[in-house]
Design a protein around this ligand. Structure first.
Ligand SMILES: [Zn+2]
Length: 302
């Protein structure tokens, strides 16, 4: 009798096992991303072309990816993409349209043939092996501060030529390379309703605060940030209707000039270190599990 019961239990267990096997594919799909400990930058850094999908900026600027990216042509009538070996002249269609339009404006400025365009995103976005924390969702663009004198740079020249720094006194001030044209181009860049923010070193923001006349509303989007003296960084808002895209909170209201001046003051007279400050937590490596689930699909798409 005991033996008979044991057989029944064994059969029940088998049946249960089969049921579980049958349900496994569904369970695997829904939890696949959660358990995926692969390092995202290695996978996205290896993707050479965009996914053959509808355009989609997925996730946030510093934790996302992109589907259906397009490539900024390496050379256009008013721009050249730089550092082609990095293969980062990919972005959402809205971003490529934007930078082409901005370059047409830049070409109207004395001394500027257009724009030298630095990093945008990788073909499928995502984290990069080197360089940026953001630029992941196809909505970020680095624009070189170097005024283009010509737009026939060879591929080799685009690897070797450097941009120029605009800063003096560790970023508290602009230097003699800064021109009214830089301000005019950044004003045009910020005045576009597609733009969320523009990052530039604090001395440039204060310089523009001091020289801007008339409408100052565009200064709201010019945000002081570390680095950003060889290029300025344009960040677009999520495209309308893109439900997978995560916007950043808008900048606080106002022109932000007092805040930028405080930043400058702290560069000139650094406050003593706060003895009670908690050290910054080390940055965690971005695994596939931390990215939106769509990023796995985008990575695997044709
Ligand atoms: Zn950037």
């Amino acid at each position: 009798m005991v033996r008979f019961l044991a057989v029944i239990v064994a059969v029940a267990a088998l049946t249960g096992c089969q049921t579980e096997t049958a349900s496994t594919p569904t369970a695997t799909v829904s939890t696949q991303n959660t358990n995926d400990t692969r390092i995202a930058k290695q996978l996205f850094g290896a993707a050479r072309v965009a996914s053959a999908q509808a355009p989609d900026a997925v996730g946030g600027y510093a934790l996302g990816c992109q589907a259906g990216a397009v490539q900024l042509p390496e050379t256009g009538p008013t721009w050249q993409a730089m550092r082609l070996s990095r293969n980062r002249n990919w972005a959402q269609p809205i971003t490529v349209d934007y930078v082409q339009e901005l370059s047409r404006f830049a070409a109207t400025q004395p001394g500027w043939e257009g724009l030298y365009v630095g990093d945008m995103s990788q073909p499928r976005g995502g984290p990069m092996l080197t360089g940026h924390r953001s630029h992941q969702s196809g909505l970020d663009i680095d624009v070189w501060m170097l005024p283009p004198k010509r737009l026939n740079l060879t591929e080799a020249e685009r690897e070797s030529i450097s941009s120029i720094s605009m800063r003096r006194a560790a970023g508290a001030y602009t230097n003699s390379s800064w021109t009214p044209q830089h301000e005019a181009i950044m004003k045009a860049a910020a005045s576009d309703p597609r733009v969320a923010r523009i990052f530039v070193f604090p001395g440039a923001k204060v310089a523009m605060c001091n020289s801007a006349t008339g409408d100052r509303s565009w200064l709201n989007k010019i945000r002081p940030w570390w680095g950003h003296h060889y290029h300025f960084h344009v960040r677009l808002k999520c495209p309308a209707g893109d439900r997978n895209c995560v916007d950043q909170a808008p900048p606080p209201p106002g022109d932000g000039c007092a805040d930028a001046q405080t930043w400058v003051n702290n560069i000139l007279n650094p406050p003593p270190p706060d003895p009670n400050a908690t050290p910054a937590a080390p940055r965690r490596e971005i695994t596939m599990a931390r990215l939106p689930a769509q990023c796995t699909t985008i990575l695997n798409a044709n």
